[in-house]
Ligand binder design. Structure first.
Ligand code: 13P
Ligand code: ZN
Ligand code: NA
Length: 283
């Protein structure tokens, strides 16, 4: 059945790879992610934003993810991505979700700590693990839009205090990545990541991995990131292939046919990202 992210992230941290977290939106995208991860024997995290739940329903996504977890023998977690509302988190935990991100990165430090502490208490008493974010990524993730001017990097000493006072299980860091693609290749602050890792022992999470060159992601993994979030590149591969198929077949109307090339295109990206994470054959 669905697991929390504690053991899978600690194993990745110990062995020096990352667990990929793929943003999913519906039956088809979940199928592609779990099938591919299972073929490669990689642990995997299905990530869903509030926007995805608004579209597909918490109950539907939970049920599909649970079915997937029963079907395959790799560890599969369903994870709430960028949640800001405690009531939403509560609802999913009641449905059986075991992994949540509370994103208080827009709040002042002390308020962020207070909100995260509440979620940690709620989650831990239900066997669920918690990721929080300190610093703020720019770019767009569904309904979450952050101007570059409002983004800022994670401060290592603040991160240490934040983790100690909140009791979070993992920490998302801002070191120069952004959600979505980049206008020009991003410059990641590896030294900052190294400094954070020196004072923070919980698994670190790299958001915004779409558009980052493989070598840079690998370097982040080497420096302690053991969960890597990928959304935009999956959306692009799926929709480009779907669009092309419909252009090539103007009379197509059967979703069982026109979804197939889209799924295949997305599968290729999922495969490459799993290989990038070095999580192949870990289970
Ligand atoms: P990208 O869309 O840049 O891959 O970011 C994904 C992410 O961080 C999801 O939380
Ligand atoms: Zn993110
Ligand atoms: Na990105």
């Amino acid at each position: 059945c669905l697991v929390n992210t504690k053991d899978m992230l600690l194993k990745a941290q110990k062995e020096g790879y990352a667990v990929p977290a793929f943003n999913i939106h519906n039956l088809e995208t979940i199928q592609v992610v779990v099938e591919t991860a299972s073929e490669l024997r990689s642990p995997v995290i299905l990530a869903a934003t509030p926007g995805t739940f608004k579209y597909a329903g918490r109950d539907y996504i939970q049920a599909i993810a649970e079915t997937a977890a029963k079907k395959y023998s790799i560890p599969i977690a369903l994870h709430l991505d960028h949640h800001e509302n405690i009531e939403d988190i509560k609802e999913s935990i009641e449905l059986g979700t075991k992994s949540v991100m509370i994103d208080g990165s827009h709040l002042p430090f002390e308020e962020n700590i207070q909100v995260v502490k509440q979620v940690v208490e709620l989650a831990h008493s239900n066997g669920a693990t918690v990721e929080a974010e300190l610093g703020r990524l720019g770019g767009q993730e569904d309904d979450l839009v952050v101007d570059d001017a409002d983004s800022y990097y994670t401060d290592p000493q603040a991160a240490k205090e934040f983790v100690e006072r909140t009791g979070v299980d993992s920490l998302a860091v801002a070191i120069g990545t952004a959600h979505g693609l980049y206008k020009s290749a991003p410059k990641l602050d590896f030294n900052r990541l190294r400094e954070i890792r020196e004072v923070v022992s919980v698994p670190l999470v790299l958001h915004g991995a779409s558009g980052i060159p493989f070598e840079d992601v690998r370097k982040c993994i080497e420096l302690g990131c053991c969960k890597v979030n990928i959304a935009t590149e999956l959306k692009i591969s799926f929709s480009n292939a779907l669009r092309q198929y419909l252009i090539d077949h103007p009379n197509a109307n059967d979703p069982r046919k026109y979804m197939e090339p889209a799924k295949q295109a997305m599968k290729q990206v999922v495969k490459e990202k799993i290989e990038m994470c070095m999580s192949v054959n870990r289970y």
